[in-house]
Write a protein that binds this ligand. Sequence first.
Ligand code: NAP
Length: 255
Amino acid sequence: MNSLNHHSPFSLIGKTALVLGASKGIGKAISQTLCEAGAMVTLSARDTPVLADCVKKLQEMGLNAQSLPFDLSEIKKIKLVLSKLPAFDIVVYSAGIAKHAPFLEISESQYYDVMSLNLDAAFWVSQASARQMVIENKQGSIIFISSQMGHVGGSARSVYCASKHGLEGLTKSMAIELGAHGIRVNTVAPTFVETEFTRQALSNESFHQSVLSKIKLGRLGLPSDVAYACCYLASDAASLVTGTSLVVDGGWTAE
Ligand SMILES: NC(=O)c1ccc[n+]([C@@H]2O[C@H](COP(=O)([O-])OP(=O)(O)OC[C@H]3O[C@@H](n4cnc5c(N)ncnc54)[C@H](OP(=O)(O)O)[C@@H]3O)[C@@H](O)[C@H]2O)c1
C-alpha cells in the first residue's frame, strides 16, 4: 500500500508512470518507489518473464503495476506503441549500458551499442511520450537516468560520457521547448551504484577503493538513493523544477 496521503505534494496517487529499464537494478527500484508513492506503474524491459515476476511481486504488496515488454532497439515499433497509448504522467528512462575501453581503441560496434540505447532510444521514447502529453494536455514529468559521467569525464569512458552528456543537453533543450506545455524534463545523475551493471568492475578491490575515495560521503549509491530522487522529480513537490540534473553522487563531482 502507498504510504503518502492525497494531500502530500510528494504523493503520486492518481498518476501513471512508464519506467524503461525496469526489470533490474535502478529501474526496478524506481518502479517500486513510484508505486509506493501511489502511482500506477508500467514496467518495461526486454526480459518478459523477469518483468512479469517484478510486477507480480509489486501486486502482491498491494501496489498498482503492469508490464509492457519492449526492446529499445526497435525504435519504430516503440514509437507506434506509445502513439496509441494514453499519455503517461511520468516517464523514467533508466535503460542503459556501458562498454568501457580506452578512447583510442573504441570500436564502431561498441560506440553504436552504447549510443543507440543510452541516447538514441531515450530521444525517441521521450519524443513519443511528450507528443502524447501535449495531445492530452497533460503536465507530465520526464526523467532520464543520466550519471555523474554526464557532468565530468572519465578514463576509458568516452562513449559512456558522450551518451550521458548528450542526455543532459537533450534535457535542457526539451525543458525549454516543453515548458510552455507544463511538461518538466530533468535527469538524475548517480555515482556508482551496486547493480549488475557495475558488479564486475566493483569486484576489483583496488577499483572499488578508488571509487570510494572519490565519493565524499564514503559509500556507494543504492538503487533506492536514485529512486527517491526520481520520486521527488516526478511529484508536484518539484513543480518548478525543469531542465536540470539532480546529482546523487555523494559529492564526487563537487571538486
Ligand atoms: N549502476 C550504476 O553504477 C550507475 C551509475 C550511474 C548511472 N547509471 C545509469 O542508470 C541506469 C540503470 O543502470 P542499472 O545499474 O540499473 O543497470 P542494469 O541493472 O544493467 O539494468 C539495465 C536495465 O535496462 C534494460 N535494458 C537493457 N537493454 C535494453 C534494451 N535493448 N531494451 C530494453 N531494455 C533494456 C535491462 O532489462 P533487460 O535486460 O530485461 O532488457 C534492465 O532493466 C543506466 O542508464 C545507467 O547508465 C548506473
